[in-house]
Design a binder for this molecule. Structure first.
Ligand code: UDP
Length: 234
């Protein structure tokens, strides 16, 4: 068994023989509210690995550099080893979640323009929201890096909005992470799955994402299964 480099809430990173590549292993574990709520979503790892692999391949085709190399098995993705930029980038098209709370507005209203938000990636602090000044003052990224990150986030949003629309899904919001590979290139990392995206059925507004788990709505596995089938054509 290869060396475990890191274990997160939903994934484990393993070393490979190549120091430039790592295995991202997708678990069934689910957490919410900064890991205060814990549970399991049966076969989430299998579905998320396939969903993320498909989406990263599509993004590469339209010119977004990602860490994706190949899908190795049901739950394993071979990816480039990255030095992660400690910023979580949230892109929003529709009011939901913490934005609804912060602005005192109901969920579901479409935004007149896309909102990009930055959070400091630090579990102990509960990922607080930050702005560009914090990024530069605390040297989380250079101005050039942040410009590139924002540009890629918007590019991902533009692609994914129509990708999901074609599948009958409304892309409400999602979270991205970026990192630098060993050559120094800034690329999209982590995963794009119903764990980190809000996806609503276009016709019924039914939630097809981790909010079903967070809010105890039931039908969690069924929702992930539906997204998995639509995205992968399985
Ligand atoms: N998100 C995430 N990880 C986080 C926080 C948010 O993947 O640590 C995703 C979440 O799934 C949603 C979007 O980012 O699609 C916006 O989340 P929000 O700020 O509304 O926070 P939440 O309501 O999930 O606490």
């Amino acid at each position: 068994m290869s060396e475990k480099l890191y274990e997160g809430k939903a994934k484990v990173l393993y070393a490979t023989d190549d120091p430039q590549q790592v295995i991202q292993y997708f678990k069934d574990d689910a957490t919410a509210f900064n890991a205060q709520k814990r549970g399991t979503i049966v076969d989430k790892g299998v579905m998320n690995c396939a969903i993320s692999s498909k989406i990263f391949q599509e993004l590469e085709k339209v010119g977004v550099p990602t860490h994706f190399i190949s899908q190795k098995s049901e739950r394993e993705m071979l990816v480039k080893r990255l030095k992660i930029v400690p910023i979580e980038v949230v892109v929003r098209n529709v009011i939901a979640g913490s934005l609804a709370k912060r602005m005192g507005r109901p969920e579901g209203e479409s935004l007149p323009n896309t909102i990009v938000e930055l959070y400091y990636k630090d579990d102990a602090l509960g990922d607080p929201m930050i702005n560009d000044d914090h990024v530069f003052t605390f040297k989380l990224a250079t101005p050039d890096d942040l410009t590139a990150i924002r540009r890629m986030a918007v590019q991902v949003n533009n692609y994914l909005k129509s990708f999901f629309d074609r599948l009958g899904i409304r892309l409400v919001d999602f979270k991205l992470e970026f990192g630098r590979d060993v050559t120094g290139q800034l690329v999209l990392g982590d995963e794009i799955t119903p764990d980190g995206c809000r996806l609503w059925d276009k016709a019924t507004n039914e939630k097809m994402d981790k909010d079903r788990f967070r809010r105890d709505l039931g039908g969690v596995e069924e929702a992930y299964q539906k997204v998995y089938q639509l995205v992968t054509g399985a």
